[in-house]
Design a protein around this ligand. Structure first.
Ligand code: BGC
Length: 389
């Protein structure tokens, strides 16, 4: 972050009287009521093997409570009210740091440098071949073995008007995880007075590189650990999606969703669709595909989708500047992970909707470009709005 911007954030934080507790003064347990009003509160969540402290920040605003970690920018929990005003944590996660480090399938993670897959972990940029370490069969997934979701971020709280939030920043060095260019990254999590969660991603590089940042929250609007999301209704404004080959790399085609289980242009049950046999659902064990949003790339976040849980009445709408949306229906959850509230997570127990550029864009000339060059900042925004019906 440029020092002037950093100063502005700090000054704004001081002016707003933000409470920052010293590490270790608040315990991770029994702290769920840690934030008062819309003042961000920090507590110690755990320590990495080398002793590095990991903090958890609690933000509250407009009926939403969001808890984020300095490890991986992880959204550790997200509480919203149902139609009767009862709150539940709608994001899958763990109650301890060790599980995030040892076995998280990107729960709540801030994904970089590249969301989703790059075929064979390889791409050519300006005539130079870059080989990334592979971590998903033959491919690189979500920035590799140690992507942004496994790094420590600097976190600064702020309140601005009625908004409250966190600025997460870190510099990814030239060559980190195989990617060229020093990348200065700044991600802002904001909770608005209406309880919406907004993410602003910014990055600059000193050398040409590829970037595709996203957030990998697993949602269950009935509450994490409460069962499958089969009954959730999804409406997704996309007439086309990107079919994949055997290792989930897009074929390059933009195929119509019409007449396939991928058609969510009118609200449909997630379970009725991702359990429908189709060459593509068989490959992915359900839906694990990128949609080309009808709106394309936009300067401001525009409407992409609505998810409704008829049982609780919770509704989540997403708006984004991004051209793509990965729908992943938790196909690889297999009952081996115990979640925040002590229940096993099983296949279909969550959905991820990751606003992004398309997978494997560095190798797909027909897809919108993910190349970032010096002097042209990367900026994208995604908003999650919560309501009930
Ligand atoms: C990918 C899945 C992958 C999952 C990991 C999703 O974004 O599309 O294929 O298994 O992330 O949690």
């Amino acid at each position: 972050m440029p020092s002037t911007t950093r100063r502005t954030v700090l000054t704004a934080a001081a002016a707003a009287g933000i409470t920052v507790t010293a590490p270790g003064t608040a315990r991770a347990t029994g702290s769920r009521r840690g934030a008062t009003g819309n003042t961000p509160v920090r507590e110690l969540f755990g320590r990495l093997a080398d002793g590095t402290a990991v903090h958890r920040w609690t933000l509250r605003n407009g009926g939403t409570t969001l808890r984020a970690l300095s490890y991986g920018g992880v959204i550790q929990s997200l509480e919203t009210a149902d139609r009767h005003g009862r709150t539940a944590d709608v994001a899958l996660g763990f109650d301890n740091l060790d599980d995030y480090v040892a076995k998280s399938p990107y729960f709540g993670g801030l994904i970089g440098r590249y969301g989703n897959r790059i075929a064979d972990g390889r791409f050519t940029l300006d005539g130079t071949l870059h080989q990334l370490p592979v971590n998903d069969g033959p491919n690189s997934l979500h920035g590799g073995d140690r992507g942004f979701d496994k790094r420590i971020w600097d976190v600064e709280p702020f309140t601005r008007g009625a908004d409250t939030g966190l600025v997460l920043s870190r510099t990814s060095s030239d060559g980190e995880a195989g990617y060229p260019g020093t990348l200065a990254v700044r991600v802002t999590y904001t909770l608005t007075p209406r309880g919406a969660w907004r993410i602003d991603y910014e990055a600059t590089t000193d050398r040409a590189t590829v970037v595709n940042l996203t957030s990998h929250t697993y949602f269950n609007l009935a509450g994490e650990g409460s069962g499958t999301v089969d009954g959730h209704l999804l409406e997704l404004a996309a007439a086309r999606y990107t079919p994949v080959g055997a290792t989930l790399i897009p074929t390059g085609e933009l195929a119509p969703v019409a007449g396939t289980p991928f058609d969510f242009r009118r609200a449909r049950g997630i379970g009725t669709q991702d359990r429908t046999p189709h060459e593509q659902t068989v490959i992915a064990k359900g839906i694990d595909h990128n949609y080309a949003l009808d709106k394309g790339i936009t300067a401001r976040p525009e409407y992409a989708l609505t998810v409704t849980d008829p049982g609780s009445g919770r509704v989540m709408k997403m708006y984004t500047t991004e051209p793509g949306m990965q729908l992943y229906t938790g196909n690889f959850l297999d009952g081996t992970l115990t979640g925040t509230s002590g229940r096993l997570y099983r296949q279909g127990d969550a959905f991820c909707l990751e606003a992004q550029h398309f997978p494997d864009s560095p190798n797909q000339p027909s897809f919108p470009s993910t190349v970032l060059r010096p002097g042209r900042p990367y900026r994208t925004t995604t908003v999650h709005a919560f309501s009930t019906r």
